[in-house]
Design a protein around this ligand. Structure first.
Ligand code: ADP
Ligand code: ZN
Ligand code: ZN
Length: 805
């Protein structure tokens, strides 16, 4: 038997399967998707078996060293998916496989073999008894070094459960065990033992009595001692005498233990919800790999639709994945799923420890749960009977991974839905233009929810023109209207959310008198301020100009770079309204684990009047007492050098406005803007997605951006700026020569951040519609230019990029 193995060395030269001979003794254990150790060069490496076969073209094969897993960690589907990700995102196959697994399963060469069953060791594997004379775990390395001849015996003992194998990266990465105690003898024998026990041994008597009154049950040792007050010594005494038996059992860490699990029932759906759910259920039942786009205003009850669809999936004996953006994965959100499906839910997000993540992953792989809720990487949940994938807030840019593998969770979800013949539901109040355009072309099925579930209207939104405020002599960061409303809410004991968008600050230059922002004459993209050279530059085409002394539109001399932060706003509020109780939420105040939740809980309990924060408060918050939402600078993101700047602004303003007046108290929203006539601001204020979509699509069409064209971004970096520049120029040339005339190649240009960690950066961009040669050409470019070693030329090819800096 021959195994094809991908070795965990992320280098292009070894990005292919290597053939290894499977020793006879391993033939019956080994399966594709398992991790193995193999000799590679002069070292041992970890690898993934991707196929087994009987034939090879190579004559001198080395042996597989050991098999690490007892069930494949990568299912056939995931093996397939990994190859597809490598092909379509141009990453290395091993990188794709590693991305699908919890971090603790990554290559690590320290492992321990744990004794699970002492009786069996004596009976079935007497040869191994000496290994466990002084403890119940040994190091894998020690066993390999001192007794290589015993390895196959160890492997047999591993597969029949006598022993188990664990990574030894960190202790928490191991399967946790608890000790349980059970009677080892019959009830009669227990009673006899109790009778014949000398009266003086009161503590021993208690132990026997306990097991006589709780027959046939196994108890956690810690509980016996702590809860039932039994003596640890007395228990040990009976274990030694063979009256009681001690066992180790697997224990799953549960990060949500503390959540009080009040179970919820399915709600009676509104007509709109019902109409949206019906086709999803139909697709689930008839195994259709349809993609639904559920476009529902904030508060329309999309989550309830997800929950009821998942219920059907579970009833059919299948499994579901729910993706939620990392910042929305709050306890509130988790509770909505745990509340409905209890222990059938695994949750995966970055706040968990490595061990907790591993345990959640195992619950999925072993079929102990039916629902996986998590951020981007949960799309790889190793279910084997997948029946539904839901992507909430599908427009979020965090669904695209920014490191290799640069995959988009939406694409992976659609791939898996085809493989499993199951539907995908994309949900959003502000769908991405790409998805909405596909829905309009009937590639996706559109589901519409136009009303909030309680038929409350969306809150009225007032746009305040900050230029006028300034002309009227108000130089503070609060408009008169917003300031008065904040004071009013404090008087009424209602709550306010203030949103400050910090992204994009001080990268663009704007005139404070007329709102003019300097743009590239060729690209309709704002120019970015480069501090070192004192120049304004376009990141798409490379155009550059001096910073003008006076505004080219109105002639005033108040051209400014923007810069303000939450701390400054808080200080200003304290000065203006000293009695206001403020909770500030930003990267500084939420750095600690759980800080985010603590602050939100305090706000929810009414311990503050104002919640002031950045992006992280835009989503998912549902507080009944919030009746005012203020957006301090709506347009700070509008001029980022990114063709999606308007779309992001519209999405954010819509999300933020949705936080007001969700329940009984009516709410209002104030948006402060220097560009109050910008369609992204105006359309968000009137809750008009459709109009925004039409306007934005025209602009995308005119400038040849997605969804009309596809983009590829090629980043070239080198410690030497000259070499980076030369290579970038040559790459642009190669692209021009090899792609069709309908493809446009831009650059090379220097991006906003011209140097990171002493590496100089260049980038080229390709715009194209249909280019069958693109991937092969890019692959060749990578093969030719990418150099090994840290101080050399590095290439990043980003297909369908979402970040352009
Ligand atoms: P969305 O995700 O679309 O913004 P949610 O799913 O968060 O909306 O729903 C908002 C609120 O409405 C939640 O508190 C939810 O429990 C409630 N809700 C949704 N559907 C119903 C329904 N059919 N009956 C009663 N309450 C509902
Ligand atoms: Zn330009
Ligand atoms: Zn001006």
């Amino acid at each position: 038997m021959i195994a094809e193995v991908y070795v965990d060395i992320p280098a292009r030269a070894v990005d292919k399967p290597f053939d290894y001979k499977v020793p006879d003794s391993l033939e019956q254990f080994i399966r594709p998707g398992m991790r193995v150790t193999v000799p590679f060069g002069r070292v041992k490496r970890l690898g993934f078996v991707t196929a087994l076969k009987n034939h090879t073209d190579f004559t001198k094969l080395r042996n597989i060293d050991q098999v690490i897993d007892h069930i494949p960690v990568l299912t056939d589907e995931l093996l397939d998916l990994g190859r597809w990700i490598a092909d379509t995102t141009l990453c290395m196959t091993i990188t794709a496989y590693q991305a699908m697994l919890p971090a603790v399963m990554k290559a690590d060469y320290g492992k321990v073999i744990q004794l699970e069953n002492t009786e069996k060791l004596k009976d079935v594997h007497p040869d191994l008894v000496p290994f466990y004379s002084s403890g119940d775990s040994i190091k894998w390395e020690d066993a390999v070094r001192s007794h290589p001849e015993k390895l196959n015996e160890i492997n047999r003992a591993l597969s029949d459960g006598t022993l188990s194998l664990h990574q030894q990266i960190h202790n928490q990465a191991r399967v946790k065990k608890i000790i349980t105690v059970t009677p080892a003898v019959s009830l009669e024998t227990l009673e006899e033992a109790a009778k014949s026990l000398n009266r003086r041994y009161k503590r021993q008597r208690e132990v026997l009595d306990f097991f006589i009154h709780h027959p046939a049950a196994s108890h956690v040792l810690a509980d016996l001692v702590n809860r039932y007050g039994l003596s640890r010594e007395a228990i040990s005494h009976f274990i030694k005498k063979g009256v009681l038996r001690k066992e180790k059992q697997e224990y799953f860490r549960d990060p949500y233990r503390e959540l009080n699990q009040v179970r919820t029932q399915a709600l009676t759906l509104t007509q709109e919800q019902h109409a949206a759910l019906k086709p999803i259920l139909h697709a689930i039942e008839s195994d259709e790999d349809r993609v639904f786009l559920c476009h529902g205003v904030t508060g329309s009850g999309k989550t309830e639709i997800y929950l009821q669809a998942i219920q059907r999936v579970i009833d059919l004996g299948k499994e579901a994945i729910v993706l939620v953006p990392e910042i929305s994965l709050t306890p509130q959100m988790v509770h909505r799923f745990k509340g409905r499906f209890g222990d059938l839910v695994a949750v995966m997000h970055s706040g968990l420890s490595r061990g907790e993540k591993y345990d959640e992953w195992r619950k999925i792989r072993e079929g102990r749960v039916k629902v996986a809720v998590g951020a981007r990487s949960a799309v790889f949940a190793p279910f084997s009977r997948l029946g539904l994938i839901i992507i909430d807030e599908e427009h979020e840019s965090s669904y695209k991974q920014e490191d290799s593998p640069r995959y988009h969770a939406r694409d992976v979800a659609i791939y898996r839905s085809r493989y499993n013949r199951c539907p995908v539901v994309l949900g959003s109040a502000t769908p991405s233009l790409e998805s909405y355009a596909r829905a309009k072309k009937n590639v996706y099925s559109l589901l519409l929810l136009k009303e909030r579930f309680n038929h409350h209207p969306l809150p009225p939104v007032k746009i305040v023109d900050m230029r006028e405020e300034m002309r009227d002599g108000n130089r503070s960061m609060f408009s008169t209207a917003l300031f008065n409303l904040i004071k009013d809410r404090i008087k009424k004991k209602e709550q306010t959310v203030l949103f400050l968008n910090r992204r994009g600050y001080s990268t663009f230059v704007m005139c404070r008198s007329c709102g003019e922002v300097l743009r590239c004459p060729h690209c309709d993209i704002s120019l970015t301020y480069h501090r070192t050279e004192q120049l304004l530059k376009c990141h798409y085409c490379g155009y550059a100009q001096q910073i003008p002394q006076t505004c080219p539109a109105c002639g005033s001399d108040s051209m400014r770079y923007f810069g303000t932060g939450t701390q400054k706003v808080e200080a200003e509020l304290n000065r203006l309204i000293p009695e206001a109780r403020i909770i500030r939420m930003d990267v500084d105040t939420t750095r600690q684990k759980g800080g985010h939740e603590r602050l939100l809980r305090r706000f929810g309990e009414g311990k503050a009047d104002i919640l002031l924060g950045t992006q992280m408060i835009a989503k998912g918050l549902d507080f009944p007492e919030v009746t005012l939402v203020g957006v301090l600078a709506a347009d700070s993101m509008l001029y980022l050098p990114d063709f999606r700047a308007s779309e992001r602004t519209f999405q954010l303003l819509t999300q933020v406005s949705g936080r007001a007046g969700r329940h009984d108290l009516p709410g209002s929203v104030i948006i402060q803007s220097y560009d109050p006539d910008h369609y992204a601001v105006v359309d968000a204020a009137s809750h008009d997605y459709e109009t925004f979509y039409q306007q934005e699509m025209q602009i995308r069409y005119r400038h040849g951006y997605p969804p009309f064209y596809y983009l590829v971004l090629i980043r070239i970096t080198h410690t030497d700026p000259g070499q980076a520049s030369v290579a970038a120029g040559r790459i642009a040339e190669i692209l021009k020569r090899n792609l069709s005339s309908s493809a446009q190649i831009f650059g090379p240009v220097v991006p906003a951040i011209a140097r990171i960690k002493d590496r100089y950066r260049y980038q080229c961009m390709v715009k194209y519609k249909k280019e069958p040669e693109l991937l092969p050409v890019l692959r060749k470019i990578i093969g030719h230019f990418q150099e090994p070693g840290k101080n050399s030329l590095q290439l990043v090819v980003d297909i369908n990029p979402v970040v352009f800096m």
